[in-house]
Design a protein around this ligand. Structure first.
Ligand code: HEC
Ligand code: HEC
Length: 419
C-alpha cells in the first residue's frame, strides 16, 4: 500500500467504524460498587447481553488511557515515525509490528484490503500502512485516531485495551493476521520492548528492565514497587468457576480488572487498595461503571479447546488416574476449574515455586492455577520456569517426591494436553 491508496482505506474505515458503532449495545450498566469486591462464586450462566457489552469494552475501550500512551509516552510519534504523528522513516511498519507480537484482526479488514494484501500489493514495510490498519481498528488491543491533513495521515491519539495482552488471532489469513481469539494470552507480545521505544522512558535503568522481559511477559507491579520480576501473561478465559484471580490470588475478577485498567493501562478511573498503598481517584470515572459488563464477558469466555488429534485419548484417560492418585494433583487442582482457589492459597514452598512474586503481592502465597486450556499457553508457572508440560510434571515429581514412572509421566502429560 502506498500513501496514495490511503483515502480508499479511510473511506472503508469510516464505514467499518460506523457499523461497529450502531451495533454497540446501549443498555445502561448496573452500578459496580457492590460487585467490585464480591467474588463471583455464583454458578449463574453469564448474561449474554451484559457479556456483549463487556466484549466491546474488552476489545475496544481504552478507558481514556490515551492521556498516558499519547501525551506522556508519545507512542503515536513512535508508531508514525514523524513529528506530531506524521509518517516518518523511523515509524513502525506492519512487519515490525507483527514481529513484536502485535496481531491484526482480519475481520476488521474490508475484502478489498484483504485481496490487496494477498496479492502482495500492500506495502507491509511502510509505517503509513500501520496507520491505515489503526484507522480500520484492525490492530488488536491498540486504538488509534488518524486524522488527514492536506491528504497526509497523522496519528493523533493512541491508547491500549485489554485485548492487547489477553487476545490473539488464529493466523487464518497469514501469521499474526486472523480471527480474534479473546481471552487467549498473547505470548508473542513483547510489551517491554514496545514500551521501551517511548522517548519518555530512555533512562538506562528503565531501558534495562523493559528490555529484559521478552515476549509474553509483563510485570504488573514494577511501576510501583520497582522490582523486576515479570510473569507470563495468563489467559482471561476459563475463569467462570475461579473465585480468586491472579497468580497470587489478589482478588476477584473486578478487583483485578480495576487494578490493571487504572494502575497499568493508566485509564481514567478510580482504584484504591490500602494493602498496596494505592489510592487513585478520577472524575469522571471511566473504569468503575464498566466493571460488571467486563466481568460478565470474562466469565463467558470458555477455555481454549484442544485441537483434534493433539493428544492420545487412551493415554489421557490413564493420565487422569495419575492426576487423581499417584500424582496427588487433585489435592489442589480440584472442582470444575481444577483449582482450590476459593478454599486456600499455597505457600511457595508447597509447590517449589520462586517466592519473590508472592512477597511482592498482598497474599504472600500462590493460587492453584486453573488448568482448562493449559495446552494453549506454554511456558508454565507464573514465571514461565517450565517450558513444557513434561517439565511441569518433572518439577512436581521432584518437589513432591512422587517417583512416577516415565509411563505415568507420559500419560499425565497427555491428560493435561486434553484439558
Ligand atoms: C500489558 C498487558 C496486560 C494488559 C493490557 C491487561 N492485562 Fe490482564 N494480566 C496481565 C498479566 C501479566 C497478568 C498476571 C498478573 C499476576 O497474576 O500477577 C494479568 C492477569 C489478568 C487476569 C487474571 C487471570 C487469572 O488467571 O487469574 C485477568 C482476569 C485479567 N488480567 C484481565 C484483564 C483485563 C480485563 C484487562 C483490561 C482491563 C487486562 N487484563 C489488561 C497483563 C495484562
Ligand atoms: C500443593 C498444591 C498443588 C499440587 C499438589 C499440584 N499443584 Fe499444580 N499448581 C499449584 C500452584 C499453586 C500453581 C501455581 C504455581 C505458580 O505458577 O507459581 C500450580 C500450577 C500448575 C500448572 C501451571 C499452569 C499454568 O498455566 O502455568 C500446571 C500445569 C500444574 N500445576 C499441574 C499440576 C499437576 C500435573 C500436578 C500433579 C503432579 C499438580 N499440579 C500438583 C498447586 C498445586
Amino acid at each position: 500500500m502506498k500513501l496514495g491508496s490511503f483515502p480508499v482505506l479511510v473511506a472503508a474505515a469510516a464505514c467499518a467504524l460506523a457499523c461497529a458503532d450502531t451495533s454497540r449495545p446501549v443498555r445502561p450498566m448496573p452500578a459496580a460498587s457492590s460487585l467490585m469486591l464480591t467474588p463471583p462464586f455464583s454458578d449463574a450462566k453469564p448474561d449474554p447481553q451484559l457479556a456483549a457489552m463487556g466484549k466491546e469494552i474488552f476489545r475496544h475501550d481504552t478507558f481514556g488511557d490515551e492521556l498516558f500512551w499519547t501525551d506522556q509516552l508519545r507512542m503515536h510519534e513512535v508508531i508514525a515515525g514523524g513529528a506530531n504523528g506524521t509518517v516518518g522513516a523511523g515509524g513502525v511498519s506492519p512487519k515490525t509490528a507483527l514481529a513484536v507480537g502485535l496481531k491484526v484482526d482480519a475481520d476488521a479488514l474490508p475484502q478489498a484490503v484483504k485481496d490487496a494484501i494477498a496479492a502482495g500489493k500492500v506495502n507491509l514495510d511502510d509505517p503509513a500502512t500501520t496507520l491505515a490498519l489503526l484507522q480500520l481498528d484492525a490492530v488488536v488491543g491498540l486504538k488509534g485516531i488518524v486524522e488527514t491533513t492536506n491528504g497526509a495521515p497523522r496519528l493523533t491519539r493512541v491508547g491500549i485495551t485489554c485485548a492487547l495482552c489477553h487476545s490473539t488471532v488464529d493466523n487464518s489469513f497469514a501469521p499474526g493476521i486472523g480471527h480474534r481469539l479473546d481471552g487467549w494470552p498473547n505470548r508473542d507480545l513483547n510489551v517491554g520492548l514496545i514500551v521501551s521505544l517511548s522517548p519518555a522512558l530512555q533512562a538506562a535503568e528503565t531501558q534495562a528492565v523493559l528490555r529484559s522481559w521478552g515476549p509474553g511477559k509483563y510485570d504488573a507491579y514494577w511501576n510501583h514497587d520497582g522490582k523486576n520480576n515479570p510473569t507470563v501473561i495468563p489467559p482471561a478465559f476459563g475463569l467462570r468457576h475461579v473465585d480468586l484471580e491472579t497468580f497470587t490470588g489478589e482478588g476477584p475478577i473486578s478487583y483485578w480488572n480495576a487494578y490493571v485498567a487504572v494502575t497499568q493501562m493508566h485509564g481514567q478511573g478510580s482504584f484504591s487498595d490500602p494493602r498496596l498503598g494505592i489510592n487513585v481517584t478520577a472524575d469522571p470515572d471511566l473504569v468503575t461503571p464498566k466493571l460488571p459488563a467486563l466481568r460478565e464477558y470474562q466469565r463467558s469466555l470458555t477455555a481454549a479447546v484442544p485441537p483434534a488429534g493433539s493428544f492420545d485419548p487412551a493415554a489421557a484417560q490413564r493420565g487422569r488416574e495419575v492426576f487423581a492418585s499417584a500424582g496427588k494433583c487433585v489435592n489442589c487442582h480440584l472442582g470444575p476449574a481444577l483449582t482450590d482457589a476459593g478454599i486456600r492459597l499455597h505457600d511457595p514452598s508447597e509447590t517449589g515455586m520462586d517466592p519473590l512474586l508472592a512477597t511482592r503481592a498482598t497474599t504472600g502465597k500462590y493460587r492453584t492455577t486453573p488448568l482448562h486450556g493449559v495446552w494453549q499457553h506454554p511456558p508454565y508457572f507464573h514465571d514461565g520456569s517450565a517450558a513444557t508440560l513434561w517439565d511441569v510434571v518433572q518439577h512436581y515429581d521432584k518437589v513432591l517426591g512422587l517417583q512416577l514412572s516415565d509411563g505415568q509421566k507420559h500419560d499425565l502429560v497427555e491428560y493435561l494436553k486434553a484439558l
